[in-house]
Design a protein around this ligand. Sequence first.
Ligand code: B12
Ligand code: SF4
Length: 495
Amino acid sequence: MKVLLLSMPDYFEHMPPVAVRMPNGALTSLAGNVDSHHQVAVADLILRYRQVRETVTALLREFDPDVIGLSVMTFQRRTAGRIIHLVRKLKPGARVVVGGYDPSLASEAYERMDVDFIVRGEGEVTFRELLRALEHRQEFGKICGLSYRSGGGWISNPSRPPHRLESDEIRRPNRKARVLRGYTLLGRQVDVVETSRGCTFDCSFCSIIEMRGRNFHTYDFERVLADIADAQDQGARTIFFVDDNITLNVHRFEALCQAIIEAKLNRIDYFVQAMTSSIAMHGETLAPLMREAGFRYVFLGIENILENDLEFLRATAKNTTHDKLRHAGNASIKAIDCLHKNKMFVVGGLIVGNPDDTRESIEANLAFARRYVDWPYIQHPTPYPRTPMTAAFRERGLIMNEQLEEYDGTTAVVRTEQITSDEVEYLRWNAERWMKVQHMPAALRHDPWFIIRNAPQMLAHTFRGCTVRSVLGLEDNRKAFERYKAIRRDERDYL
Ligand code: B12
Ligand code: SF4
C-alpha cells in the first residue's frame, strides 16, 4: 500500500520558520515501523507552510496514496480539518488516519470529523497492525489503541499499554521516507532523535501523563547512537533530543554523553530539554560532559520563579534543589549558572498568567528571564485537552477563548483573577521581543552567514506590528500590539 504521512504547517511565536523548521519525529518513526513492502512518504508541511494547498494537492497527485495519516497538536486541529476536507475532495477513496496528542486526548472531536481511524497513544505498532488489517481486509476489533467507524458510530478498542522500548519492539525511524527538504535550526540542518519516552512527574499543564501514564522507558545506547549516525548521514548538523524528560535518570544521561563522545558524534550541536533540579544537583559532573558531547542549547523547564505558581503548576519538586545538609531551594539559578559556566546557552521556559498572577508576579518572572536566560521561551498557561490545569481554569471560569487554533502557547487564552488575558499577553510580548534581540550577537558568532542573511527577516518576525515610531516610543506600544495580534491571526490561515 502507499501511505502518505503529513505533519501540520502551524508554527508558533518562538519557532519562526525563517529560523526553525523541525521534522516531526513521530512520522519517521511510523514509517520505520510499517511492514517493509509498503511505500511511505513523509511530508512535514512546516517546510511548505505558505503553499499548503498546492503541496498537498501535488503530493496526492504524484504519490496517489491509499492511506493518509495526519499528526496533530491541539492548536493545529482547524488546519487538520481543512487538510482532511481537501484530501477527501481530491482522493475520496483513500483512508484517513489521525494520530498524535490531539486525536489521542480529544478523540471525540475527530469522531465528528471526516476521518476513518483514530490512533490513540503511541502509534508504531497500532499503525502497523491497522495497515495489515486494511491490506488483508481483516477486522479492526483486536487492534489496541485504535478507534474506528462501525455502522453509524465509533468503536474504541482498549488502549495499548506503553511500549517498553526493549529489543526491536520499535524499529529505528525511516528518514529516507521524507519527500520534502529544508529542515533548519538557525541555518544548520536539524533532525530529531529519541532516547527515551515518558516521565514520572505530573506537571499540571503537561499532556504527557494523560497520554501514556507515569512511566519512563529507554532505548539502549547502541540504537540511539545508530539513530544519531543515521541523522548525520542524512545531513543533520544539529540534533534535538525529543525525549519527554531525558534528565529523569541523570546517571543514564551522563553515560549517554560519554557514549556520544566515545562514538565521536560530538561534532554535532545538540539541543535538549532538561529539569532544573537535575542540572542544579548533578551539574558539576553532568554539565562538563554535556558540553564535551556537543550540547549547545538547553531548554530549562523553569516554569515560574514564584512558589505559589510552581505549586499551581505542580512543578515544585522538579524545580527544587537539595544540598548535602538537605536544605532545599529553587534550582533555577544554580542550574543556569552551571550551564553558563560550561558555555551552554539556556532557553528559559517560563509560564506566566496563572490564576493568581498579578501584574507584579508576571513582571518578576519577566525580569528574571531578562537577567538570566539567553533565549526566552515564555508561554501562557494553555488549557490543552484533559490536563489537570484545564480543569482548574475551567472551574474558576478563567478560560476566555475557545478558538483552539489560538492555543499555541504564546496567545493568552486564559485570564488571571486580577488581569485580563490581553494584558497578560501584552506584558509578555512587550518584554520578550527585546530579550530575543540580546541573543543575536551570540547567534552571529556561531552561524555568521545565516544571521547576516536572515537577520532582517528574523527581526521583522520578532517585531511584527511595530513601526519606527513605536520602537522610538513615539506611538503607544499597545497599538503595535494590536497590529501584531491582527498579523498573527492572518498567519494562522494556512489554507
Ligand atoms: C519535542 C517536542 C517539541 C519540539 C519538536 C516538535 C517537532 N517538530 O516534533 C519543539 C520544541 C519544537 C516543540 C514545540 C511545540 N510544542 Co511540543 N513537544 C515536544 C515533546 C517533548 C515530544 C514530542 C515528540 O517528538 N515525541 C516523540 C514522538 C515519536 O512521539 P509523539 O509525537 O507522541 O508521536 C507518537 C504518537 O503520538 C503517535 N502519533 C503521532 N502522530 C501520529 C500520526 C499518525 C497518523 C499516527 C497513526 C500516530 C501518530 O505515534 C507516535 C509514535 O508513537 C512533547 C511531549 C512533552 N513531554 O512535552 C511536546 C508537545 C507535543 N508539544 C506541545 C506543544 C503545545 C508545543 C508548542 C505549541 C508550544 C510548546 N509547548 O512549546 C510548540 C509548537 C511547535 C510548532 N509547530 O511550532 C504539546 C502538545 C499538546 C497538545 N495537546 O497539542 C506537548 C504534548 C507538550 C505539552 N504541553 O504537554 N515541541
Ligand atoms: S517534568 Fe516535563 S515531561 Fe514531566 S510532567 Fe513535567 S513538563 Fe511533563
